[in-house]
Design a protein around this ligand. Structure first.
Ligand code: AMP
Ligand code: ZN
Length: 432
């Protein structure tokens, strides 16, 4: 049940002691980098000033802009000789940030990923098909090494080429997959096209889905289509990649590995900590990183800590699934809206297909929101009256959630372009 029972079920008090020790080490290590060295040079902030975990508040936040501004080596804390690997963020906005790892960092990261996979029931006897891009993106190699550490047979399929993915899955009796949730839905349309039933014709029993925000409804939809259990996997390249937080068999919140990361939730406006259990921006400090320690990193991801202990026995706290990013928020006619609110509603409506896209325009001084929704094949080739009823229903359901009535465009299955990577949910044409 546990990959590392002792550390996964460690008493909270002991865990906090360990965190404090590691936090001081991290600060000491970080101060060897140009960036933190400069920040700490007046000695007001240093490891000696940290007497308790709460003292972390004395340390300034680190943002993506800080990483960019000190690109590429400004935060590296060891000699370059020690570095063995580089990765980068997917960098949807601006220059991608780069992260460097020592051999020790890779070992720690690999172990965390193995811990996550083992927690869901994956074992040595499994065949693991990794459908994530191999390369700079961390989802490929990160999971690859974790799975090998468990001893599973790894198929490094990488992303894309849907027909080949399905072929591999069948030929080698894949039992565990790693896939981006929007791609899992897209892949299901290819299964249908090939007249292959994923529930009947494949042996997959576990999926790791992550790398992009998705709702509980979307997870259930994926589980329903494939007949496997889909576990939410959260990570970001700045904190190494996957293996930061992961669902246990209870599938109710993600255990965030507090022996490796110090977790804070802050109000993104005031930058003050929120009350326990309240929603805010996730901030993390690496506790074991050597090559490039990062202190109080503002992830921009919105979540909350679930304060109640988990019945699986793990003492590392859980975070709720990510609701979105602070920079995902759309302001339309003065209303704050997250793409996840749209997804949550759409996934519940019968007849809705596997993909959607939000398009924002401005006409005169008015914001216009159009939601393009793929409908399922049967409905699309059916009666016009039914399509019209669906359009109306979607508009009403969305209005009940977001308070404004968007224009709904029903489109053909698979007509919204779907790349191999993270789904693009919003196109904003309002910017001049
Ligand atoms: P990258 O560094 O390019 O791998 O991107 C990391 C970002 O992807 C995170 O900061 C999140 O915004 C997003 N992300 C990764 N995993 C998840 C997940 N399970 N749920 C929601 N968002 C995720
Ligand atoms: Zn648990």
């Amino acid at each position: 049940m546990y990959w590392e029972k002792e550390i996964e079920t460690i008493e909270r008090r002991q865990l906090e002691k360990l965190q404090l020790e590691r936090l001081k080490q991290s600060i000491n290590k970080a101060s060897k980098s140009l960036y933190y060295g400069d920040k700490f040079k007046d000695k007001v902030i240093n490891a000696a000033a940290i007497k308790s975990i709460q003292d972390i508040e004395k340390i300034p936040f680190t943002t993506k802009d800080d990483l960019r501004g000190n690109w590429p080596y400004g935060l590296v804390a060891t000699s370059k000789d020690e570095l063995v690997r580089m990765h980068s963020s997917s960098g949807t906005t601006g220059r991608a940030t780069v992260i460097f790892h020592t051999a020790g960092d890779i070992a720690v990261w690999t172990n965390l990923v193995a811990r996550c996979m083992y927690m869901t029931g994956m074992r040595k006897s499994d065949v693991f098909q990794n459908m994530m891009t191999y390369g700079l993106f961390t989802g490929g190699l990160g999971f690859h090494y974790g799975a090998e550490k468990i001893g599973a047979l790894v198929i490094p399929a990488s992303a894309g080429n849907s027909k080949r993915q399905i072929q591999l899955m069948i030929d080698f009796a894949t039992t565990v997959v790693h896939v981006i949730p929007s791609y899992a839905l897209h892949l299901s349309t290819v299964f249908t096209e090939l007249k292959i039933d994923p529930r009947r014709d494949t042996k997959v029993k576990i999926a790791f889905i992550g790398a992009e925000p998705h709702t509980e409804k979307m997870r259930r939809k994926i589980e329903e289509i494939y007949g496997y259990k889909a576990f939410n996997s959260y990570g970001l390249s700045e904190m190494s990649g996957p293996g930061v937080a992961f669902e246990c068999p209870n599938q109710n919140g993600l255990h965030i590995w507090e022996d490796s990361f110090l977790v804070e939730i802050i109000n993104p406006q005031t930058l003050q900590p929120v009350r326990d259990g309240e929603e805010g921006e996730l901030v993390m400090t690496t506790l074991q990183r050597e090559g490039m320690p990062i202190l109080r990193y503002r992830t921009k991801d919105l979540t909350r800590i679930i304060p109640e202990p988990c019945s699986c026995g793990r003492t590392h706290r859980r975070i709720e699934r990510i609701k979105g990013r602070t920079d995902d928020m759309m302001i339309i006619k003065g209303v704050n809206i997250y793409p996840m609110q749209i997804e949550k509603k759409l996934m519940d409506i019968e007849g809705v297909g596997t993909n959607f896209l939000i398009v924002l325009d401005r006409e005169e001084f008015n914001d216009l929101m159009t939601v393009k929704v793929e409908v399922n094949k049967k409905l699309f080739s059916g009666e016009l009256k039914k399509l019209e009823a669906l359009r109306k229903k979607i508009a009403e359901e969305l209005k009940s959630e977001i308070l404004i009535t968007p224009k709904i465009d029903l489109v053909e299955p698979d007509s919204i372009p779907k790349g191999e990577g993270k789904a693009v949910r919003v196109i904003d044409n309002r910017k001049d």
